[in-house]
Design a protein. Structure first.
Length: 369
C-alpha cells in the first residue's frame, strides 16, 4: 500500500491528525512517531498519554537513525566500532579536519556527528542490503512522521526506503514552514530543500510510492491572513489555496501596514507580539519579542512583523523572496489569529506603491484609528 503524505498549512492540526490515528489503532498494533525537534516529540507524546497497552513510542529523528539503523549494524561497515549518544554540532567547521574512515562520522568517543548521521545511516543500509529496514518492519505496524519539512539530504533516501517498506506509513508537515533542517551541510537532494520538498513528494506519487494530499484549512487565523500567506511563496510550486476558518471579529482584523514611527503607539493600543527576522541592536518598545524561526508553533491574538528590505521589495513588486527568507516570513505571518501588522518606514509611501495583489487586503493604519 502506498504511504500517505499530507502536506498541511499552518494551524491545520497536523499533530492532532497523528494523535487521532494513533488512538484509533487496533489494540495490539505497534507504532512509532518520529519528528525532528524535542518540542515536536513532546507535543505528540502529550496528545496520546493513555494509549492502550503501551504499544506506541515517540522518538526524535536522530535517535531513530542511531537506535534502529546505525547502532545495531555499524560493525558490518566498521568492525569493532559501536556507536552511542550524539555529538551535536551546528556546522561541519566544528568537526576536526582530516578525519577519515569511521572517524569522519563519529568522534573519538564513538558518538555520531548529527550533521553526518543520515549519510552514515544510508551507508549502513547499503552495506547490509537494507537489513535495518527489515528489522523495523518486524517491530512496528505503523510509522508516523511529523514536520517532514525538517528532513534534508540523505534523510530523504532513508525516508523513501521507509515509504517502500511494508509498514503503514503516514507523513505530514508544512513545506512552507521549512525554517529548520537536520543538516545544512548535506549536499544531497539540494533541489528538494525547504519548500521545494513538495516536488520530491509529487515525483514519488507519480512513481506510485505515496499518495499525496493537502490539508488546506487553518483553524488559527482568518481568511484575510490566509490569502496573504498564500502569496509569500513561489506560485510555480502550485501549492494549494489556504482557507482561514477563524471567523471571530475583534474590531481590528486582517493585515495592516504600520509606520515605523508609530510602532510604539500601535503596540500600546493593540498589544501584539513583535516578530523579527533576527536579533539586532535596535531598541524596541516594551513587548513580547520573538525571532521568526523561534515563533514556529505558537499562536498569538496579534503579531507585528519588523519587515526586512527584501520583504518591502516583495510588497512593492512581488520579487520572489529567497527560499529560507520566504519560509521564515510565512511562519511569522501565520502566528496571529486576528491581525498581522507589517512595520515599515514611510508607511504611506509603501502603501501607495503596494503591488496590486496586496492593495486589496492590506490596510494602512494610523494612530488616530
Amino acid at each position: 500500500m502506498p504511504s500517505r503524505v499530507q502536506l498541511a498549512v499552518a494551524g491545520s492540526g497536523k499533530t492532532s491528525s497523528i494523535a487521532s490515528q494513533i488512538e484509533a489503532q487496533a489494540a495490539q498494533a505497534t507504532s512509532l512517531a518520529l519528528t525532528y525537534t524535542t518540542n515536536g516529540q513532546r507535543e505528540i507524546a502529550s496528545r496520546v498519554p493513555n494509549l492502550r497497552n503501551g504499544n506506541h513510542e515517540t522518538m526524535g529523528w536522530f535517535s531513530f537513525l542511531t537506535q534502529h539503523i546505525v547502532r545495531p549494524y555499524l560493525p558490518v561497515l566498521h568492525p569493532g566500532i559501536h556507536a552511542h549518544g550524539l555529538h551535536f554540532v551546528e556546522h561541519s567547521g566544528q568537526i576536526p579536519r582530516n578525519r577519515s574512515g569511521w572517524k569522519y562520522y563519529l568522534d573519538d568517543a564513538h558518538q555520531p556527528y548529527n550533521i553526518r548521521l543520515s549519510l552514515l545511516a544510508k551507508q549502513v543500509l547499503d552495506a547490509t542490503n537494507d537489513a535495518p529496514i527489515h528489522r523495523i518492519e518486524a517491530i512496528y505496524d505503523h510509522l508516523y512522521i511529523d514536520e517532514v519539512q525538517d528532513l534534508t539530504g540523505n534523510d530523504l533516501v532513508i525516508l523513501e526506503k521507509l515509504m517502500r517498506s511494508s509498514i503503514n506509513v503516514f507523513i505530514t508537515g508544512d513545506v512552507r514552514q521549512s525554517v529548520l533542517a537536520t543538516s545544512r551541510s548535506d549536499r544531497l537532494n539540494t533541489a528538494y530543500r525547504g519548500v521545494h520538498l513538495v516536488k520530491w513528494f509529487r515525483e514519488r506519487e507519480a512513481d506510485g510510492i505515496c499518495e499525496l494530499t493537502f490539508a488546506e484549512t487553518s483553524q488559527r487565523f482568518n481568511h484575510t491572513i490566509a490569502r496573504f500567506s498564500d502569496l509569500i511563496h513561489d506560485p510555480a510550486l502550485r501549492l494549494p489555496t489556504t482557507t482561514g476558518s477563524f471567523a471571530e471579529n475583534s474590531g481590528h482584523d486582517g493585515l495592516f501596514l504600520v509606520d515605523d514611527n508609530h510602532l510604539e503607539s500601535y503596540i500600546q493600543q493593540w498589544k501584539p507580539t513583535l516578530l523579527r527576522a533576527k536579533i539586532s541592536s535596535r531598541t524596541l518598545p516594551n513587548a513580547e519579542v520573538i525571532n521568526f524561526g523561534v515563533s514556529k508553533g505558537i499562536t498569538r491574538e496579534r503579531v507585528a512583523i519588523l519587515t526586512t528590505d527584501p520583504i518591502r521589495k516583495w510588497l512593492a513588486n512581488k520579487t520572489l523572496l529567497a527560499n529560507q527568507s520566504a519560509c521564515g516570513f510565512y511562519v511569522a505571518s501565520t502566528r496571529g489569529r486576528y491581525s498581522v501588522a507589517l512595520i515599515v518606514p514611510r508607511a504611506d509611501r509603501v502603501y501607495s506603491r503596494l503591488h496590486a495583489d496586496f492593495s486589496e487586503i492590506i490596510q494602512l493604519w494610523s494612530p488616530n484609528e
